[in-house]
Design a binder for this molecule. Sequence first.
Ligand code: ADP
Length: 606
Amino acid sequence: MSENKAKIKKPRVVLPTLKVMFGIMLREKPWFVVIYIFMALAVIVSGTAEIVFPKFIIDELVAMAGGDNASHISNAILLAAGYIGIIAGASLISAVGNYFQDILREWFVEYIDLKLAERAMDMDYQYTEDPDALDKLNKAQEGMSWYSGGIMGVTDAVYNMVISIGKGTASAGIIIFCCPWLLLVQLISLALITFFQAKNMKIEQEGFSKLSKLNRIFMYVFIQLADFRYGKDVRLYDSAAMMIGKAKYYTDKMCAVSKQQSHAERKNSFGMDITNALRDGVSYFYIGWLALTGAITIGDFSMCIGAAGTLYFSLMGISGGLQDIVNKCNYAHRYIEFMDYPSALSKGTRSVSGSSHVIEFRNVGFKYPRSDKWVLRGINITIRQGEHLSVVGLNGAGKTTFIKLLCRLYDVTEGEILIDGVNIKEYSDEEYRKLFAVVFQDFSLFAFSLRENIAFSDDKNNDPAINEVIVKSGLAADVEKLPDGLDTMIFKSFDENGTELSGGQKQKAAIARALYKDAPVVILDEPTAALDPVAEYDIYRQFDKLVGGKTAVYISHRLSSCKFCDRIAVFSDCTIKEYGTHDELAGKPGGIYAEMFAAQAQYYVG
Ligand code: ADP
């Protein structure tokens, strides 16, 4: 049994999804539900009028042929006028409703995009590299796009269903009254059509599950192909052929899945065509026979033909509509699954008080999720308020992981991290994150203005603070040269006057962003790697001034920077192997730090 089948057969999904979708509509745009009700009434009444009025008009016209013309003509004219009035009124209501429907459809698409983006940004960091969470996000986005039509797709499906039930009930009543056996013919054909449609729906959903994953990989390759920021790597490593090969491989796979799907659907479509032809043949024969034998009038004949057609489309609408609702709810439910994705980290509620903080790692050990390898073990360290700690070690020693644990992007696997004697799990995320201003090695700048990248606001009233941090981070001279100063757009994605900052400028911007946050603990993960030696020296020299009396943790490969720190922790073999001041460690015979420092000293004389 495939996993897909288990996922598809989830009737419990329908009601909760309807509840959420209608809940959002009622909360955000309740007036539209009233419009829905008026639209449904208009369509049902006009649909029924289309069947009933012609009967009476025809019967009046037939009677007219038999004499007493005056009263029949006036009756026929009155009936025609009533008929036209009903149709015109209904059309007007539908037109107004459709106008709002189109506007709201767009509005709800943006609403959902925003909610998904908010949730994606708010999710625990570790999910950013969790294939299951990424897949769920992708499925939520796809599920709420044309697969379900989003909120309006689901509510429209229910609206269409209500219309089908209303029109079906009216036409079934007419048929029971005039030609009861016709109902049986319609019901049998409906059962057959439903059977074939259900089979096709299952095929379509299985295809969706297969395509979703392929599509995610394809989009990744495709975006890289088109993103000019990857242009250097694509050209210098001559990777275009490999990337295009990969894109083609996944396109072929996706085409194969689609082909397989349409092949499987063909048999069922053929079954539906045969059923339709048989039903129409039998219906016309039966109603024609009733008219010929005088069991019904000519007007009844016309009404039965109309009612049979409406009943057929209504029953199809009900069965198809039911499947449509189930189908759309199955897709739309992926939005709910993503929004309700369980948190990986327990949520505390404590707030962080005071401005002086002591950080303590107590016997901390850590393995990344889905990995059995200890990346850190037996980490014991205390960082006092205002202390500047330098963290050094070879690549892969666990320095960045140490920072990620401190920022609680992950929870420790064993031991505990305490701030002011309280386990960090007890603090509320929002409060806790206020403590840290971090520049990670792989920090991101966004295609917004430089000001927005630093302050995450375009409020120009914050100029003094922002000007101060661009001076401190050494970015002031660069900003002066930019065409629109701090308001210059970074990257050329949305503005041809946008600028491409150099690696060093980007790093200074990231440092400025951290300083602007003005948090009590500043963490810099290799902040000077992309800076030229002069800028690097300036940053080191000014380091005390930069971070002032704040606590600072500072990862660097360039050990000359460690001289500026109070303490040094040397990471090696998953743990802290050496700990002390520069002078203590540099003088330790055979020490790791002493060896590393001696090796680098030859490049940094003076
Ligand atoms: P450093 O910063 O000292 O270079 P890291 O903390 O980045 O070291 O990495 C320590 C170890 O953890 C490395 O072996 C690395 O491969 C592993 N690692 C880092 N990030 C992840 C991750 N997201 N998932 C699994 N392993 C990881």
